[in-house]
Ligand binder design. Structure first.
Ligand code: UDP
Ligand code: MG
Length: 325
């Protein structure tokens, strides 16, 4: 049996409450997988500390001293879940055949990783973990998430329904991901664009093991807005559309007001005033919409800031790549 080198990448932000348990469970799983020959004994866990302010890094570092399968990547500051994941995947890719990403709170079923590996061995380059139901999510989270998927679909973006960032990617897919140069990479939207043979595995999502969500409402909303605007110019086009509608309304009203004027039913001056307001308003919105379209495109292209900066890397001890753009 082909035993690929697997690296499990776990982004962690203030996860001191669950981290030791997560490590224990993932180490056990890795041991089993190695024992069964499902993965190579060079397989590792890579915990990415996304600028935590609690003992997260200390826990990762200490475990790494006694268990050689536990590696850590400490980022210079908090850069968010998506960038932390990227940092981990790019740091691990040269020494791995495949990479699984999973959250630190173990809401996703770790046993599913076994199925991911079966599919990978069967020739699939990307395997998506998809939640069957959202039983453990609050009513609010469930419905806002569903709304988000619907809006994305309306905007013409392909994302896998109910797939959070629990997935397996082969090394070739991760290498391809490096060529997506945009500074705000929204993984759930970008990974399907990579192509390759891919499939989905369904599983039940559990409650958070401990600690609380690092995605409160504000962060969730900005994440959703980011997702929509980095994949589509539809919102800006919408402005142009409103502009056109307002312009045509002005023409209709103009005709109507003229009629009223000639039949002598209005005050002097009112007709020209109201018509110009609609006309100018409409034209201005059309113009803003068009300009916005261009500005949006330029803005997307110019922000070449690094996505993350690495502080300490115990995975690649002699690594020269400290900044990920
Ligand atoms: N996370 C991160 N950086 C952040 C926020 C979250 O690395 O700025 C990690 C977090 O530690 C967890 C994962 O991203 O491993 C998902 O976060 P969480 O479980 O809080 O989100 P939820 O499941 O509630 O959507
Ligand atoms: Mg979670």
């Amino acid at each position: 049996m082909f035993s690929p080198i697997l690296t499990i990448v776990i982004p962690c932000y203030n996860e001191e409450e669950v981290l030791s348990e997560t490590m224990k469970q993932l180490c056990n799983l890795l041991d089993q997988l190695i024992f069964e020959g499902a993965v190579s004994e060079k397989s590792k866990l890579l915990f990415v500390d996304d600028g935590s302010r609690d003992r997260t890094w200390t826990i990762i570092y200490k475990h790494g001293l006694t268990d050689l399968r536990v590696k850590g990547l400490k980022l210079s500051r908090n850069v968010g879940h998506q960038n932390a994941l990227l940092a981990g995947m790019f740091a691990a890719k040269n020494q791995s055949d495949c990479i699984v990403s999973i959250d630190a709170d173990l809401q996703d079923d770790t046993e599913v990783i076994r199925k991911f590996l079966d599919e990978f061995r069967g020739g699939y380059e990307i395997v998506y973990g998809v939640r069957k139901e959202r039983k453990t999510d609050t009513f609010f989270k469930k419905h806002t998430a569903q709304g988000f998927y619907k809006i994305m679909k309306m905007m013409g973006v392909t994302i896998i329904y109910n797939h959070a960032d629990f997935r397996l990617m082969g090394r070739r897919a991760v290498e391809a991901l490096e060529h997506f140069d945009e500074s705000n990479l929204f993984l759930r939207g970008v990974v399907p664009l990579i192509g390759f043979k891919s499939t989905s595995i369904y599983y039940d999502r559990k409650e958070r093991l401990a600690g609380e969500t690092k995605y409160p409402l504000g962060k969730m909303l900005s994440f959703a807005l980011e997702g929509v605007t980095s994949f589509s110019v539809t919102p800006i086009r919408f402005i142009s559309l409103i502009g056109f509608v307002s312009f045509f309304i002005s023409l209709l009203f103009g005709g109507y007001f003229l009629l009223l004027k000639f039949t002598g039913q209005t005050e002097t001056g009112w007709t020209s005033l109201i018509t110009s307001i609609w006309l100018i308003g409409g034209l201005q919105l059309i113009a803003i919409g068009f300009i916005g379209e261009y500005v949006g495109k330029i803005y997307k292209e110019t922000k070449r800031r690094p996505k993350y900066i690495i502080d300490i890397d115990t995975y690649n001890l002699a690594s020269d790549k400290q900044v990920g753009t």
